[in-house]
Design a protein around this ligand. Structure first.
Ligand SMILES: Nc1nc2c(ncn2[C@@H]2O[C@H](COP(=O)(O)OP(=O)(O)OP(=O)(O)O)[C@@H](O)[C@H]2O)c(=O)[nH]1
Ligand SMILES: [Mg+2]
Length: 206
């Protein structure tokens, strides 16, 4: 996989992605958890752009570690959302909250066992219908979900458009259209995440 950062700047440095350990510096597990707020989790089906979005949201340092008791790698990094620095977790691709593979089980456990401030469900804007069952499962599970409709650059090329307001009304959750690989929609996504985060203690009036 090529370096997403350079692709998003319209260049190609020829580097391979962080997943191969060459793009970002690895740290020992735990160093990135400077935020006291529960993390934000990126979830969604395989190949929808979760890791590209993770790279766009997080800084230089990420931790990559095996989920306890498994061989499944989970990346954690820090994102600046408004005043807060918060941990973001990039989860393995999942089709359903009812897991079949080990990867899906890890993604499910990351969502349901530990508290999360927000869940960003990343979907492919070209195949929204296919993604709907998981959207409903996440909402029904009572998770604090935002929908990131990614790959809208390709969707537009296919002549598809999305009525963001209508979708928000129908689903009752925030919806952001984006193209993470082109760095489009990242700021709006951060803006929509902010209300999900606990107010930092220092900002609560005495
Ligand atoms: N055109 C376009 N391609 C994108 C966009 N976001 C991601 N991609 C491409 O989609 C492919 C998959 O991206 P990943 O970030 O690896 O997807 P993922 O969801 O992390 O996949 P898994 O880790 O396998 O679950 C890559 O080739 C990306 O370059 C986008 O907004 N537009
Ligand atoms: Mg990924």
């Amino acid at each position: 996989m090529e370096c997403h950062k350079c692709q998003s700047q319209g260049q190609s440095c020829g580097k391979k992605s962080r997943r191969l350990g060459l793009f970002r510096k690895r740290q020992e597990s735990g160093n990135a958890d400077v935020s006291s707020s529960p993390p934000i989790a990126l979830v969604g089906m395989p190949n929808v752009g979760k890791s590209v979005l993770f790279n766009a949201l997080t800084g230089i340092y990420v931790t990559v570690s095996n989920y306890p008791g498994t061989t499944v790698e989970v990346s954690r990094g820090l994102a600046q959302i408004g005043e807060q620095t918060i941990t973001v977790i990039d989860t393995p691709g999942m089709y359903s909250l009812l897991p079949i593979s080990e990867e899906e089980k890890v993604a499910r456990d990351l969502l349901l066992i530990e508290p999360v401030s927000a869940v960003i469900h990343v979907v492919d804007g070209k195949n929204l219908g296919r993604m709907l069952p998981l959207i409903f499962q996440l909402i029904e599970a009572g998770l604090p979900v935002l929908l990131a409709v990614n790959m809208m650059d390709e969707a537009h090329r296919w002549g598809l458009d999305l009525r963001q307001d209508s979708l928000e009304m129908e689903l009752g959750i925030p919806v952001v259209c984006m193209a993470a690989a082109l760095n489009q929609g990242i700021d709006e996504l951060k803006h929509r995440i902010a209300p999900f985060l606990p107010v930092p203690v220092a900002m609560i009036p005495a």
